[in-house]
Design a protein around this ligand. Structure first.
Ligand SMILES: O=P(O)(O)OC[C@H]1O[C@H](O)[C@H](O)[C@@H](O)[C@@H]1O
Length: 292
């Protein structure tokens, strides 16, 4: 779900406009195909809702003040994920999610929209990111493109840290991970193999080694999560000890399923090369359902 104050801004939008919310500028689009909100801080998708549906993404009702980032939507963890800090750095998940981004282009037609964004400031000495967000009648896709403009190979990790809106995090299933090896961050990164499909019944923080499609089943909706450029899927829920910007009750309304490159599959980007990290979310089709 999304906060009432954000809901009101989306409802009051026809077409597209920029608005202020929680001290940040948001691009809001409300069209017959659906709704999209992108925060200039972090180029973070905060809201997506296809026509006739409910929000696919969750946003905390009590966001942290600036310069903190907003918990919810699709934060960009870049150019490192979690605590894979390069020497001398300490910012968990990297600087991209707190930075200001500019919207370079908004390309709309009757089927949806394509939003291009790039950082307002230099975030890395050699790596340059940009983001393209595609939203349509039945899908949301985020592409995070990284280019190495330096003269040496650089190691990076990253994540599209998606907070899915769910009726109850502890009644969800994430299929497509059966048999995958994972690191359990709650058990000192010990390695295990996933036995059967994952049923979320309590707090968890796992890095799965998987490039496969996952399906999030929340009892009401089945969302297919496809990806490119990612061999890690992070599944995270803090249980009854959520971060300070979120209440325990509110936290039961999200489950993070993250498309990532982590310590399991860091990217070594040669000079001049690009890396593409993509998360594509869409409803599971009837054909795919019968194949499962
Ligand atoms: O609170 P944040 O900095 O946004 O991080 C939230 C979470 O992100 C990832 O999912 C990590 O695996 C977790 O260990 C971390 O707690």
């Amino acid at each position: 779900m999304i906060p009432e104050s954000l809901r009101a801004l989306v409802d009051a939008t026809t077409g597209q406009r920029n608005v202020e919310w929680q001290g940040r500028t948001l691009l809001i689009i409300n069209q017959p195909w659906g709704e999209l909100a992108v925060c200039h801080q972090g180029a973070q998708v905060l809201h997506y809702q296809p026509a006739g549906d409910s929000p696919w993404l969750w946003v905390t009702a009590t966001p942290a003040a600036l310069p903190g980032s907003i918990r919810g939507g699709i934060p960009l963890c870049w150019p490192w994920f979690a605590d894979e800090y390069p020497a001398g750095e300490t910012e968990l998940h990297g600087p991209a999610r707190k930075a200001g981004w500019r919207i370079d282009a908004v390309d709309e037609d009757e089927e949806g929209v394509e939003v291009h964004a790039s950082p307002e400031t230099t975030l890395h000495t050699a790596l340059t990111p940009r983001v393209v967000i595609f939203a349509g009648r039945r899908f949301l896709k985020v592409e995070l493109i990284t280019e190495n403009n330096g003269d040496a190979p650089i190691k990076m990790t990253a994540a599209l840290h998606t907070y899915f809106a769910v009726p109850d995090a502890f009644a969800c299933r994430v299929t497509g991970l059966a048999g995958a090896s994972y690191l359990d961050k709650r058990q000192d990164f010990s390695r295990f193999d996933q036995q059967g499909e994952l049923g979320v019944r309590g707090p968890l923080d796992r890095i799965y080694q998987s490039s496969k499609i996952q399906v999030l089943e929340d009892g009401q909706r089945r969302l297919r999560i496809a990806k490119q450029g990612s061999d890690s899927t992070v599944v995270w829920h803090p249980g009854d000890t959520p971060p300070a910007d979120t209440s325990v009750e509110d936290a039961r309304g999200f489950l993070c399923v993250e498309t990532a490159c982590t310590r399991l599959d860091p990217v070594w980007l040669p000079p001049g090369a690009q890396h593409l990290l993509v998360q594509h979310i869409s409803p599971l089709t009837d054909d795919e359902t019968s194949n499962n």
